[in-house]
Design a binder for this molecule. Structure first.
Ligand SMILES: Nc1ncnc2c1ncn2[C@@H]1O[C@H](COP(=O)(O)OP(=O)(O)OP(=O)(O)O)[C@@H](O)[C@H]1O
Ligand SMILES: [Mg+2]
Length: 334
């Protein structure tokens, strides 16, 4: 939100017609722009970044702000991965919508931008031919239509499209913003909470506010008296107890392969996700008393394991493989 505002502010130099209204960093109010005169400065947009960082919310809030509730339906076409977005749809639905011309005033007499917005959410799931079909439409209809592409992985958007858009990267949300939002929800829902539990929620969700909110909801459901405790949060997030990670590393450093096998099997049988174990192991390896060379060799192997896991490899074997690599490097003292 902030970057969009900054971008629009920088545009003020050319067209001093947009008013920036609020600062979303301090107040979570999603007001972005008010148009005082008909303007034509909004470029095609491309939002990208990790999940739950407010991409969809930003453009929906902006569109609502621009058009108001009545015009919204006419002016905004929102398509996401749940809609058919093959080449046929781009050729027909998107193109037809883009070709309509629109006026620069609302029925209530207020001014509004003289263009429509087509939001293509989760654009990274569109096929390359469908993306290619957008290229010409985007250029030809630039007088009447703005596109907003949203995706998690910008590398999956073909280059001709990225070059037609202004790119905005959404960072994982800052802890403070997340905390404020969670506290607001707690107040409104009359939840009992401790400062530590909220901090823990923010920590385990790693900048993904949607995840934090979902965890909060589950934690509230889990406890009958609607109390959010640190323990409940850890349990829901599936965080491996730090003691277990320490124990595993201790075996890697001093134990035998047989012991290691038992420990890894236990962990997987307890139901902890391998990706979670991996990320926690990563955190604690960095802090261990190992040489840089050892650490880099181990983390390199972690990257390989992570890739295998996301490709659907066996959790137990991958964990065992990683731990034996740690064992091997830790025993070489250089
Ligand atoms: N800056 C923010 N201030 C307050 N709430 C926010 C902010 N950013 C995101 N949220 C909240 O986080 C949740 C997820 O946001 P949103 O759906 O926009 O994420 P997204 O970036 O589109 O994620 P995805 O890539 O998974 O589609 C929403 O409930 C929204 O209310
Ligand atoms: Mg989204």
């Amino acid at each position: 939100l902030h970057t969009v505002n900054r971008f629009l502010e920088s545009r003020l130099v050319f067209e001093s017609k947009i008013e920036i209204e609020s600062n979303p960093e301090t107040k979570n109010r999603n007001r972005i722009v008010t148009f005082s005169e008909s303007i034509n400065v909004l470029p095609n947009l491309l939002f990208y970044g990790p999940p739950g960082t407010g991409k969809t919310s930003t453009i929906l809030a902006a569109a609502r702000e621009l058009y108001g509730p009545h015009l919204y339906r006419q002016r905004v076409l929102e398509l996401n991965a749940s809609d058919e977005r093959g080449i046929q749809v781009v050729r027909e639905k998107v193109k037809n919508f883009a070709q309509l011309t629109v006026a620069g005033t609302r029925p209530d007499g207020k001014l509004c931008p003289p263009f429509k917005i087509i939001i293509l959410d989760e654009a990274d799931s569109m096929t390359a031919p469908a993306q290619a079909a957008l290229r010409r439409t985007m250029e030809k209809e630039s007088r009447t239509t703005r596109f907003c592409l949203i995706c998690n992985y910008i590398s999956r958007i073909i280059e001709p499209l990225t070059s037609r858009c202004s790119k905005f990267r959404f960072k994982p949300l800052a802890n403070q913003i997340q905390e404020e939002r969670l506290l607001e929800i707690c107040e409104k829902e009359n939840l009992k909470y401790t400062k530590e539990s909220i901090a823990e929620l923010v920590r385990v969700s790693e900048g993904d506010l949607r995840k934090a909110i979902t965890f909060l909801q589950s934690a509230a459901r889990l406890n009958v008296d609607k109390e959010i405790t640190e323990r409940a949060v850890l349990e829901i997030a599936g965080v491996v107890p730090p003691k277990m990670i320490d124990h595993l590393l201790q075996i890697c450093f001093t134990g035998t392969f047989e012991k290691l096998e038992v420990a890894v099997r236990n962990m997987v049988n307890e139901g902890y996700a391998a990706t979670q174990i991996l990320s926690q192991l990563h955190e604690s390896i960095i802090e261990q008393d190992l040489s840089d060379k050892q650490k880099s060799a181990i983390t390199e192997n972690m990257a390989v394991v992570s890739k295998c896991l996301s490709d659907g490899a066996d959790e137990y074997l991958q964990m065992l493989s990683l731990c034996s690599v740690i064992m091997q490097h830790a025993s070489q003292n250089n």
